[in-house]
Write a protein that binds this ligand. Structure first.
Ligand SMILES: O=C(O)c1ccccc1NCC(=O)[C@H](O)[C@H](O)COP(=O)(O)O
Length: 261
């Protein structure tokens, strides 16, 4: 079994257990459920950075990246740096994240927040809204077109935006539908961990202009962003490059300042 299949199999068990313990209806009572959300798509179109800076303690491909994080400080650092949004990993087993991380980020900044999670069930979308997310991620590799439609339409009905992630043409073709806001191309093959920015470049012309294009993973220098912009990308999801430093906020600030020159 490849790592993505393993993550999804574990996620199904985790969600089934949560559903048996805590009904989804409780999330609708959260004070955060009725709030206005921030648009990441708009921020990416309007900002001059386009950076979505990630909070990620560890990953299957890199192991431990940074165990000594202060989510609130990091969120404020990313905001000060000029990031267009923040991505918060909420999976515990493989990434060391939690819904508390998302709540802390929400309490700290008014930036658009992406819940970076392996979403396979409506329950996780209600949970995302109740914990401060503005955007959810759907991964085409692990769902059918019907599931993408059902989950993205639910998210939109809750005023959450949807970032749909693909890694190849087949995933892209099966996924295009009006209930998506952003199309993300993951440069990392989640089954083999191979990373190539060429994946974003090759798929770019197949993404309809109606969607904001986001390039994800393996971005470690300003030159890469300048190249990807030539292919129409307006969003750039960066995790490890910031998280591996002692001060991710400051490292994002230096990166974004360099981007402006
Ligand atoms: O990062 C991994 O090892 C990974 C493995 C399996 C599924 C997902 C994985 N990563 C999630 C991401 O998409 C990245 O955290 C995100 O795009 C940022 O990537 P990077 O800048 O390379 O840290």
């Amino acid at each position: 079994m490849n790592i993505l299949d393993k993550i999804i199999a574990d996620k199904r068990k985790e969600v089934a257990l949560k559903k048996s313990l805590l009904p989804a209806s409780q999330w609708e009572q959260s004070v955060l459920f009725e709030r206005e959300t921030y648009s990441l798509a708009k921020a990416l179109k309007q900002s001059d950075s386009g950076i979505i800076a990630e909070h990620k303690r560890r990953s299957p491909s890199k192991g431990t990246i940074n165990q000594h994080t202060n989510v609130a400080q990091m969120a404020q650092g990313y905001l000060k740096a000029g990031a267009s949004g923040m991505s918060v990993l909420t999976d515990l087993k493989y990434f060391g994240g939690s819904l508390e991380d998302l709540l802390l980020a929400r309490a700290s900044v008014e930036l658009p927040l992406l819940r970076k999670e392996f979403i396979i069930d409506e329950y996780q979308i209600l949970e995302a809204k109740a914990h401060g997310a503005d955007v959810i991620l759907l991964i085409a590799a692990v769902m059918t077109r019907e599931e993408i439609k059902m989950l993205s339409e639910l998210a939109k009905s809750l005023y959450l935006e949807v970032l749909l992630e693909v890694h190849n043409e087949e995933e892209l073709q099966k996924s295009i539908m009006p209930s998506l806001d952003m199309l993300g191309v993951n440069n990392r093959n989640l089954k083999t961990f191979e990373v190539s920015l060429q994946t974003s470049k090759s798929l770019s012309e197949m993404i309809p202009d109606a969607f904001v294009k986001v390039s994800e993973s393996g971005i470690s220098n300003v030159g890469a962003i300048k190249e990807l912009r030539e292919f129409g990308y307006q969003g750039f999801l960066i995790g490890e490059n910031f998280m591996k430093t002692d001060n991710p906020g400051k490292s994002a600030e230096e990166f974004i300042n360099k981007l402006k020159t």
